[in-house]
Design a protein around this ligand. Structure first.
Ligand code: PLP
Length: 423
C-alpha cells in the first residue's frame, strides 16, 4: 500500500492513520473494493458517473481512439474527428442555439476559462471597467485560483489572503439582493453573475424557479452576463439536458464537465452563446491566448461521444425526470427521524439529507460517523460542507436501491440515536 498519495480535500493526518479505502471496479450503480465487497454508489463518485460504472462501450471507444491517435492539439487550426464531432453534438444540445464549445480538462478549468473569457469580452467591447463578478452564498465554482476567488463557501475561500479579484457575494436565494447589489456596485461595473441553477457542493439548495427567473431578468436589465455553472447539473442531472433549459435561463455561458464524459476521462466544456462568442470570431480579439494542452483531447472526446450515445439510447435523462419523485418519496420518511433536520430533494436526481444541527454541534464528527456507518453497511455517501449527506446517484439507479439506501440510512441513524457512536 502506497504511503505517497496526497488525497485532495483531506486532513492527511487523519487519512494517513486509517489508510486509503481502495475501490477496484464498478458496475452500474455499484462499486467494489479490493476484497470484492459491493457498495451502492449514492453520489456517482463526485457527481459524475451518470451512466453508471463499468461501461465497456466507453472503455472500447477510449481504447480505440488511444490506439489510433490519443491526442495532438487543438490550438490554431488543429483538431481530431472525435473533437469536432463532440463539439457539434454538444452545440446541438446547448441551451442557446448556435453556441460555440470551448473544451477544457474539467470543471475548474471551465470556471477559470469563463472568468478570463468574460474579462476579455468586456475589454474587447471597450468596457474594461466591467470587472466585477457577482457570486452567491454557498456557491462552489471549482478550486483553481480564479474559482477559489468566486467561492461562496467561506471554508473554501479562507486561508489564502488576497486572491486578487473583484468579487461581490449576494444571498443565494434573493433576487432583490442581487438587484440592490448591482445598483450599489453600479451596473456598468458588473461583468457577470455566476449561478449554479441548483447549488451542489454547498449543500444541494434549489432557490426555486421564481428566484431564477427574477435573477435572470435582473441581469438582463443591467447588461450583466449570466453564467450557468452546470458542472454538476449539465448533461441530465436535473432531468433535462441542462438545468438552464429546464428553468428557461437563456445563459450567456454554460460551464460543464463531469457528466460530459460521466467521468470516464477528465473533460469539461464551456458553451458560449453567439453574442459572447462574436468578438472572438469576428477578428476583434484576434488570437485569444488561452487554452489547455488537453483542450478537446481526442480520447476524452471519444469517451464523451460514447457517453452521450448511451444517455440518448437508454433515455437516461428522461429516466432522471421519472426518478425525481421516486427519489423524493423514498427519502421523505427520513425527514421524520430525530437526527434529520430536513431532506432537500425534488429537482432531478439531486438531494441532500441535512443532519440534526444540535447533534452536529455537540459531535462535530457526527456526519462522518453517519458516512462510516453507511459504508459499513455497503453504502457509499459523503458529507457536504454543511454536514448534509450528498445524494446524487448514477442515473441507472433503480427504485429498489433508492429505498434500500433510505432504509439503511434510517438504520444507521437509529444506531446513533441517544449519543450512540457505533458505526
Ligand atoms: N463548478 C461546480 C458547480 C462544481 O460542482 C465543481 C465540482 O464539483 C466544479 C465547478 C469544479 O469541477 P472540477 O472538480 O472538475 O474541477
Amino acid at each position: 500500500m502506497t504511503e505517497s498519495l496526497w488525497h485532495p480535500f483531506s486532513d492527511m493526518s487523519a487519512v494517513a492513520g486509517d489508510g486509503a479505502f481502495v475501490l477496484a471496479r464498478g458496475h452500474g450503480a455499484h462499486v467494489f473494493d479490493t476484497s470484492g465487497r459491493q457498495y451502492l454508489d449514492t453520489t456517482a463518485g463526485l457527481w459524475f458517473a451518470n451512466v453508471g460504472h463499468g461501461r465497456q462501450e466507453i472503455a472500447d471507444a477510449v481504447a480505440e481512439q488511444a490506439g489510433r491517435l490519443a491526442h495532438f492539439s487543438t490550438f490554431g487550426d488543429y483538431a481530431t474527428p472525435a473533437t469536432l464531432e463532440l463539439a457539434d453534438r454538444v452545440a446541438a444540445m446547448a441551451p442557446v442555439a448556435g453556441s460555440k464549445v470551448f473544451f477544457t480538462s474539467g470543471g475548474s478549468d471551465s470556471v477559470d476559462t469563463a472568468k478570463k473569457l468574460i474579462r476579455r469580452y468586456w475589454q474587447a467591447l471597450g468596457h474594461p471597467e466591467r470587472d466585477v463578478i457577482i457570486v452567491r452564498e454557498r456557491a462552489y465554482h471549482g478550486m483553481h485560483w480564479g474559482g477559489t476567488s468566486l467561492a461562496g463557501i467561506d471554508a473554501n475561500r479562507n486561508g489564502y489572503g488576497d486572491l486578487g479579484s473583484t468579487v461581490v457575494r449576494v444571498a443565494w436565494d434573493d433576487a432583490d439582493d442581487l438587484a440592490a447589489t448591482i445598483d450599489r456596485v453600479g451596473a456598468q461595473r458588473v461583468a457577470a453573475f455566476f449561478c449554479e441553477p441548483v447549488i451542489g457542493a454547498g449543500g444541494v439548495w434549489f432557490a426555486g424557479t421564481d428566484y431564477l427567473t427574477r435573477a435572470r431578468a435582473v441581469c438582463r436589465a443591467a447588461g450583466v452576463l449570466w453564467v450557468s455553472d452546470e458542472v454538476i447539473t449539465g448533461f441530465g442531472r436535473t432531468g433535462e439536458w441542462f438545468a438552464s433549459t429546464r428553468f428557461g435561463l437563456d445563459p450567456d455561458l454554460v460551464l460543464t464537465a463531469k457528466g460530459l464524459t460521466s467521468g470516464y476521462v477528465p473533460m469539461g466544456a464551456v458553451l458560449v452563446s453567439p453574442t459572447v462568442a462574436e468578438p472572438f470570431y469576428d477578428g476583434t480579439v484576434g488570437v485569444w491566448r488561452h487554452g489547455y494542452t488537453y483542450s478537446g483531447h481526442a480520447v476524452a472526446a471519444a469517451a464523451g461521444l460514447a457517453n452521450l450515445a448511451i444517455l440518448e439510447r437508454e433515455h437516461l435523462v428522461e429516466r432522471v425526470r421519472a426518478l425525481e419523485s421516486v427519489a423524493s418519496q423514498a427519502l421523505a420518511p427520513l425527514a421524520d427521524h430525530p437526527l434529520v433536520e430536513q431532506v432537500r430533494s425534488g429537482t432531478g436526481l439531486l438531494a441532500a439529507i441535512a443532519l440534526d444541527p444540535q447533534r452536529r454541534a455537540t459531535d462535530p464528527a457526527f456526519s462522518q460517523r453517519v458516512v462510516a456507518g453507511l459504508r459499513a453497511r455497503g453504502v457509499l455517501s459523503r458529507p457536504l460542507v454543511d454536514g448534509s449527506l450528498q445524494v446524487s446517484p448514477p442515473f441507472v439507479i433503480d427504485e429498489a436501491d433508492l429505498k434500500t439506501f433510505a432504509a439503511i440510512t434510517a438504520d444507521v441513524l437509529d444506531d446513533l440515536t441517544d449519543g450512540g457512536t457505533r458505526p
